[in-house]
Design a protein around this ligand. Structure first.
Ligand SMILES: O=C(O)CCC(=O)C(=O)O
Ligand SMILES: [Fe+2]
Length: 356
């Protein structure tokens, strides 16, 4: 290994995205066929792809250049990469399994316990949370469990509103992120998003992250997920697709701007027929998952119990942050997934979201 972090996935696992902006003759034919059906919608899709293609390519190039600059800055301060990870894909860590890439020291357990206690208390109070999908507006009773839509199983997840005051997160970052800076990225890192949420037992239709997808973000943006409850097959584990033979996760090349990359049921069937299998990550409270957002994955609705988790979306930075989590560069559910300009670290509200 030459110390280079190669983000590019193993060619064997690369699949072209369904919504790729590089139209193959087949896609062009499909687009033309769509004109004959619901004409306005098809015309909209074709026009959108044509208009967005150069912009999507510019974003990918800008992220790549930004990453190179972030590595130059990190190296210029005398930091060296201790080892390099060729591909992030999906990795699970726990305190009792030593791993050269990431060591979880003794203070990790108490740190997770602090986060767990805080998150659990907040996720039970209606005033502290958003519900997904959003039920008709309140007034809501004080306890989340008493909200009629929750009792009826119409809610999939409860999301914490205030990501900045979660106790223990700074310490979690101080434990994990310096190791990822030195062992994976070779750059300084910032926490771009904090998501704390609970997957509930629900009979609502699986949607967005609860269907098979890849996040479709520029390379270099990854996620750390820490389970805050014991997670079994029943309580809504993280699930991903991997090769049944090599156990390597399935990676999809991103095409930013076209939304999250949904994997259709027929596409999933094809993957399974081609030798991929699904893997549900179970484990005790404190299990830590580090994953590339462009692996094919999904969240699960709990069949019993609940699953609480904190997710940190991280990205390289061209500066050394005083704190990894800071409202100057950290956002949450109400913010856009990523900014088109990699140097723009300000959390930008999603359209239609009010601050706070
Ligand atoms: O909650 C989960 O298990 C997965 C959520 C997800 O899709 C993501 O964090 O990108
Ligand atoms: Fe996702």
């Amino acid at each position: 290994m030459d110390g280079e972090y190669q983000k590019g996935p193993d060619q064997r696992t690369v699949k072209e995205p369904e919504d790729s902006f590089v139209p193959t003759p087949m896609q062009v034919a499909q687009s033309l066929r769509r004109f004959a059906e619901p004409p306005l919608r098809a015309a909209y899709h074709v026009a959108r792809e044509v208009v967005l293609y150069p912009r999507a390519q510019r974003i990918l190039r800008a992220y790549e250049a930004h990453y190179q600059e972030a590595r130059r800055v990190y190296a210029s301060k005398g930091h060296t990469m201790k080892q390099a990870l060729t591909q992030v894909l999906v990795r699970a860590f726990s305190a009792d399994k030593p791993d050269a890439l990431l060591t979880l020291p003794d203070r990790y357990g108490p740190c997770v316990e602090r986060i767990r206690r805080y998150a659990q208390a907040q996720l039970e109070r209606s005033a502290c949370c958003w519900l997904f999908p959003k039920p008709p507006t309140g007034p809501f009773p004080e306890a989340v469990r008493d909200i009629p839509a929750v009792r009826e199983g119409a809610v999939i997840a409860v999301q914490l509103k205030d990501w900045l005051s979660v106790e223990g997160l700074d310490e979690l970052c101080d434990i994990v992120l310096p190791q990822l800076e030195a062992n994976v990225y070779g750059t300084h890192l910032i926490v771009d998003k904090v998501y704390v949420y609970r997957n509930l037992v629900s009979r609502a239709k699986e949607q967005v992250s609860w269907t098979w997808h890849y996040d479709n973000h520029p390379p270099g943006i990854t996620k750390l997920m820490v389970y805050l409850t014991d997670v079994t097959e029943q309580t809504g584990p993280f699930e991903y697709l991997r090769s049944a033979r090599t156990k390597e996760a399935l990676y999809r090349t991103p095409t930013p701007l076209s939304g999250y990359g949904r994997i259709s049921p027929s596409r999933l069937q094809r993957y399974l027929a081609e030798g991929y299998e699904s893997c549900r990550v179970t484990g005790p409270c404190g299990t830590l998952l580090f994953f590339d957002e462009n692996v094919v994955h999904k969240a699960n609705v709990a069949k019993s119990g609940v699953r609480d988790a904190v997710v940190l979306q991280i990205r390289p930075a061209t500066f050394r942050p005083e704190r990894y989590i800071d409202s100057r560069w950290t956002g949450s559910f109400q913010h856009r997934d990523f900014n088109a300009d990699p140097y723009d670290t300000v959390p930008r509200l999603k359209e239609g979201m009010l601050s706070g």
